[in-house]
Design a protein around this ligand. Sequence first.
Ligand code: BV8
Ligand code: ZN
Length: 273
Amino acid sequence: MENLERLIQLLGRSQFVSVLTGAGVSAESGIPTFRGKDGLWNRYDPTELATLEAFEENPLMVWKWYLWRMRLIAKANPNHAHTALAEMESLFPEFLLITQNVDGLHRRAGSKRFVELHGNIFEGKCRYCGKRYSEEEFSRLFPLSDREFLKRLTDEEFKERVLEGLKEEDLPKCRWCGSFIGPGVVWFGESLPEDALQRAFQVAEKSEIFFSVGTSAVVQPAASLPIVAKRNGAVLVEINPEETPISSYCDFVFRDSASKTLPSIVSMLREHR
Ligand code: BV8
Ligand code: ZN
């Protein structure tokens, strides 16, 4: 317990705090992590499927995988970790949430001060002419991708309509160049959104306390953020039930779930203030 006490003392004196989140934060909302054991398609390796090569090779298979994930996300709700982070941002003059997640749950939990390093799964992106499609535009162009529609589909209907019924000619085509539109996420081998990445590194350099929550800290360049923070004098905090490559650099390690640890940090901090 004294670990938590010490961290609360430090947080009480800090102006500038930032948090990096990964799939582990959404695990308890029922969204499978990348390297987790559950999930229908876990026999595929995301670094295989979440690539332009896979999409060019087999756009139908890639879209089926994404629609399967989008439906899980549409049916999911933010958990206590997301709500704690949304509260946390109002406790510090300078705060930024940097997420690798593409599920939009931080936004739904009420977070305002955040950047999405790897995009948003409900948006569309044409990799050939660069045209972007907002969630609203894209769900009109590709009704199967509509959050409300997906949410209502039973497993049976999803299997019929998508896994078995979806044909390549049903896939969304770009209004500008006619190519297949892909999901609005950053695939392996694709560069991250410049502004979000730049902001994330600037914040990592200035943070007094940097949290790494629910991430295996292997995917670059996001995984360098905790190290950059530490090198610039930040106190590094990891919240993850498992060991990661950055654990040994951390000043505080909470080997526990985010949905337990974050709410206790936030409630103790509120009392402390
Ligand atoms: C780029 C969107 C180049 C897609 C994602 C060799 C060495 C080093 C780097 C590379 C290399 N080969 C290739 C690279 C680069 C590559 C990379 O890092 N590969 C890794 C696999 C080695 N990176 C890229 O390709 C990036 N782009 O480098 O471009 C470039 C440069 C200039 C110009 C042009 C090109 C792009 C990376 C982004 C890829 N897209 N997502 C989609 O979602 O479909 S990454 C994907 O992984 C997700 O965004 C995810 O968030 C992210 C990281 O995974 P985690 O979030 O950490 O999730 P994971 O499952 O791994 O871990 C979950 C953790 O939670 C676990 O630790 C678990 O213990 C914990 N947990 C579980 N339950 C809980 C919990 N924690 C707390 N509470 C719980 N309840
Ligand atoms: Zn296009």
